[in-house]
Design a protein around this ligand. Structure first.
Ligand code: FAD
Length: 462
């Protein structure tokens, strides 16, 4: 994976939001604009501390290998920097214990490597790189209030800071303001229609507490007992990260609410199918209160469908689509979205042969929507395993694919090839279609047929 480069498409670009999507987009824009300004409502950061603008960062954040590879394309050597500072890394399956619905991930080498860092630490490392690069200006304590329109496009933002309201002009504006971002309101204020919004909610809650203790407390980087439909809506586990820190996170789905009191937290852990979690909690030191989150719905704003969309403006990251966090897709999609923006800017330059950005915004939003389609489908297929999930159900084709995926998951623990392909798809390194390839499908069908025949024989011999 490489970062597409085409210097000099414009002079000044603004990025709204300094989260994972904003930082990734800012890096991409340094290849295309003379100046990039990131506007962030939070106060300036000294280090890797938590900040109010991303409350979810208090919870476990797993970056899939596809996201890690994409980040390496943007910030070469980032993983080395994280691991040199103490973030554990290793083969995903080889250093993890994971109970998926239907099957347990084999603890053998998958060939897919990942690093485990807290969200603030990963973000801090990215931000420091941009600061050192000198092409990006960070302006903190700035709350963007709206867009400035000019002709058929956007020419800046309206913001509020400690001195009052003001306007900042730019040739291009990127909204990376997260799942609570107000992009639809900003567009309607400029006279554009509101985008269609899809929402699927499996009523997920998280409770997380941080612990401190040496790496030697566990041979695993990651232990996760995922909730398992139809009747096990409780899950939880831990992730090891830099600084001898451990995130212990509980998940409740289909209306099952995770506890915020110590007694309830511990009781929930003791009932998990992995005793390793309770074992860790007894040996490590609690290092935080118990934090809660109820932001687990899937939300997709379909900007790509809008009949009219302003030039010189795009949206990406959670501001476009956010997911049930149990599947760990959000940060990866945020970084991949930024790479897609880079591709769109290069294509635009080749198409137009000059610095004009006319038509780029719509083309980018459509391109991003195509990229999101598969991930969105995967998240929904999992959430609709729960009868209580609210939202528009996927069509008949998705249901057939879902049945096939159930059979495939039954095959994963018993077949090396299917296991390795599954892990690559789960980590967004390969498309879902690779699980429908003849070599995988043949094994899945053969196993399902063998299972059906032996069940039938069993019935006959009764
Ligand atoms: C409980 C929970 C657990 C999660 N776990 C995982 C996980 O394990 N793996 C994973 O990949 N993803 C996970 N996610 C999802 C992940 O957090 C998001 O997908 C990711 O943060 C998206 O990045 P973003 O930059 O688009 O948005 P954000 O990270 O939300 O960043 C948006 C930024 O914009 C700023 N901002 C917002 N509005 C304005 C404004 N008007 N003016 C200026 N600044 C503004 C905010 O302060 C913030 O800094 C989880 C989410 C939740 C809720």
């Amino acid at each position: 994976m490489t970062l597409p480069v085409a210097h000099g498409s414009g002079r000044h670009a603004i990025v709204i939001g300094g989260g994972i999507a904003g930082l990734s987009a800012a890096r991409v824009l340094t290849e295309h604009f003379d100046r990039v300004t990131v506007l962030e409502r939070d106060k300036p950061q000294e280090g890797a501390e938590h900040r109010a603008g991303v409350p979810q960062a208090r919870h476990v954040h797993i970056l899939l290998a596809g996201g890690e590879q994409a980040l390496e394309a943007l910030f070469p050597g980032l993983r080395e920097e994280l691991t040199a500072a103490g973030a554990p890394w290793g083969d995903y399956a080889g250093t993890s214990l994971v109970n998926f619905p239907i099957f347990r991930l084999p603890s053998s080498t998958s060939g897919v490597e990942v690093s485990f860092a807290s969200r603030p630490f990963r973000e801090h490392t990215m931000r420091s790189r941009l600061v050192r690069g000198g092409r990006v200006e960070f302006r903190n304590g700035i709350q963007v209030k709206g867009l400035v329109g000019e002709g058929h496009g956007v020419s800046g933002v309206r913001f509020r800071d400690s001195r009052g309201e003001d306007v900042l002009r730019a040739d291009f504006v990127v909204a990376a303001c997260g799942r609570e971002g107000r992009v639809d309101t900003w567009l309607t204020e400029l006279g554009y229609p509101a985008p269609r919004e899809e929402m699927v909610d499996a009523a997920l809650t998280y409770s997380t507490r941080w612990y401190r203790g040496p790496r030697s407390l566990s041979r695993y980087n990651l232990v996760v007992d995922l909730p398992s439909p139809p009747d096990l809506p409780r899950g939880g586990g831990y992730m090891s990260c830099e600084d001898d820190k451990w995130f212990v996170t509980l998940m409740g789905i289909a209306g099952e609410r995770t506890p915020l009191d110590e007694e309830g937290f511990n009781a929930w852990i003791r009932a998990l199918r992995f005793p390793e979690v309770w074992d860790l909690v007894q040996k490590a030191e609690p290092a935080s209160p118990i934090y809660g989150s109820a932001k687990g719905e899937n939300r997709h704003r379909h900007f790509e469908e809008m009949k009219r969309f302003p030039d010189r403006f795009v949206a990406l990251g959670d501001a476009v689509a956010s997911f049930n966090p149990m599947y760990g897709q959000g940060m990866t999609m945020a970084v991949l979205g930024a790479l897609e923006l880079g591709e769109s800017l290069v294509e635009q330059r080749e198409r137009i042969g000059g610095p004009s950005l006319v038509g780029l915004s719509r083309r980018f939003q459509r391109r991003l929507a195509r990229r999101l389609q598969e991930v969105w489908g995967m998240a929904l297929a999992e959430d609709f395993r729960w009868a209580a999930t609210r939202g528009e159900r996927p069509g008949a084709v998705s249901r057939v694919v879902g049945k096939y995926m159930d059979r495939l998951m039954n095959t994963v623990p018993n077949d090396e090839l299917v296991f390795q392909r599954f892990v690559r798809v789960q980590h967004m390194l390969d498309p879902v279609s690779s699980l429908l390839a003849p070599d995988v499908a043949g094994r899945v069908i053969e196993r399902a047929t063998r299972g059906a025949v032996s069940a039938w024989r069993g019935q006959l011999s009764r």
